[in-house]
Write a protein that binds this ligand. Structure first.
Ligand code: UD1
Length: 420
């Protein structure tokens, strides 16, 4: 078990390169099930979730190997159509194998993910979508057991846009007979990349980047190479790290367009932002202004940046109100931030942050990936020493975060500990 020990108070400066997007790659890798053959994925982040997905695919018989930041998958050796509980409980994105298995092999047995550290996260859209495509789906002993001869095109409308269900159903529909329409589809960049990748493999998906997807089923798909898009949440987290420490930093290898909502909020907080092709430079103001916001589906402010924004608002001069409209229970970081001296109240899905910038180092506990990021950010400005325990959560989604922060001048060390 590792922990981070942070000495707060260092202004960050310099450049940091952004890694490939976890949430894009976790959808791209299972897409390899759809076309037996050899795939090459570039710009691979070294993350625990990527290793978990690799193990899951290997367990299903696929060949997976990683060399530096390139990943190879040979999907022709698949011999098992199951995602066991042991994998799904570690990583909910394991459910992405459901659609491809059903479409390509007509059967899938995938464990139900259950709840999340911060609350319930249903998968009913995934299940209902597969049923609408003509699959027989039953829940047996905690598993989704699905079977279909050949899926058939249909109309699916989501009550609310779901990233995972859009991706899963898209992967099922590409090999279905006829046309599938998905209304109120997710428009997140990671889903758009998945759709472009599937088209490169021979699929016929129209309306990419809009709420209306039209998927014309084809008979076969072929392997295609792909480079993972940069991680917009990692990029956003580093921009906030620059801003919270009063520093001036540049992030490179990013897609600024994917960060529009965050950049606009950072500007409202007083930061000066300069955008170039694949670089963003942030100059911090003398005093950060409080900025309220509500998370929303893309292109709105991402729920995956809510915890980091709350940490930033602890430094602002004044009160801000942060509402999470996507995951209404996602505030496990708040009591830990309060242990560092923050003054945050939570009522239902709303956090009221009374910024004072006066945090003091303490031991705090990571509870989930983005909560960990917010605690590290708070540790960067807390007076004295902050210990963030259970950083295995951060290793799921941030590649070498402590090394990248050290390069920017932060005093962060990873230490082995018996503490849990
Ligand atoms: C993905 C991201 C996660 C991000 C989230 C929202 C991955 C691997 N994870 O998660 O980092 O925080 O999008 O941007 O890409 N919902 C249902 N029923 C369903 C599915 C979803 O009610 O079957 C609801 C959820 O409870 C939530 C909303 O839809 O309120 C959006 O969730 P969704 O977009 O599906 O999140 P994930 O794909 O799980």
């Amino acid at each position: 078990m590792d922990k981070f020990v942070i000495q707060g108070g260092k202004k960050l400066s310099g450049e940091v390169s952004i890694s490939g997007a976890k949430n894009a790659l976790l959808a791209l890798m299972p897409a390899s099930i759809l076309a037996p053959g050899e795939f090459i994925f570039d710009n691979i982040p070294d993350l625990r979730d990527v290793r978990t997905m690799s193990r899951l695919l290997e367990m299903m018989g696929l060949g997976v190997s990683i060399q530096e930041n390139r990943l190879y998958i040979d999907s022709s050796t698949i011999n098992k159509f199951e995602a066991p509980y042991e994998h799904v409980k570690k990583m909910r994105a394991s459910i992405y194998v459901l659609g491809p298995l059903l479409a390509r092999y007509g059967e899938a047995r995938v464990s139900l993910p259950g709840g999340c550290a911060w609350g319930p996260r249903p998968v009913n859209f995934h299940i209902e979508g597969m049923k609408k495509l003509g699959a027989d789906v039953v829940i047996e002993h905690g598993y989704i057991v699905a079977k279909a001869a050949r899926l058939k095109g249909t109309h699916i409308t989501f009550d609310t846009p779901s990233v995972g269900a859009t991706g899963n159903i898209m992967m099922a529909a590409v090999l279905a007979e006829g046309i599938t329409y998905i209304e109120n589809a997710a428009m997140e960049p990671e889903i758009n990349q998945l759709a472009h990748f599937l088209n490169k493999m021979g699929a016929k998906i129209h309306g990419i980047g809009t709420k209306h997807l039209e998927i014309e089923g084809v008979q076969n798909l072929n392997p295609a190479p792909i480079a993972t898009i940069p991680d917009r949440i990692e990029a956003g987290t580093f921009l906030v790290a620059g801003a919270i420490t009063g520093g001036n930093i540049t992030i490179t290898n990013c897609i600024p367009d994917h960060l529009r909502a965050l950049l606009s909020k950072l500007e409202q907080a007083g930061c000066i932002i300069k955008v170039e092709r694949s670089r963003i430079t942030l100059e911090s103001p003398h005093t950060l202004q409080p900025v309220s916001l509500t998370t929303d589906v893309y292109p709105g402010f991402p729920t995956d940046m809510q915890a980091q924004w709350i940490a930033l608002m602890c430094k602002a001069k004044g009160t801000s109100v942060i509402t999470d409209s996507i995951f209404t229970d996602r505030f496990k970081h708040v009591p830990e931030l309060n242990r560092l001296g923050a003054r945050i109240e939570v009522e239902e899905n709303v956090a009221i942050v009374h910024g004072n910038g006066n945090l003091k180092g303490a031991k705090v506990m990571s509870t989930d990936l983005r909560a960990s990021a917010s605690l590290i950010l708070a540790g960067l400005i807390a007076e004295g020493e902050t210990e963030v325990l259970r950083v295995y959560h951060i290793d799921r989604g941030y590649e070498s975060i402590e090394k990248k922060l050290q390069k920017l001048g932060a005093d962060v060390r990873r230490i082995k500990t018996e503490e849990f």
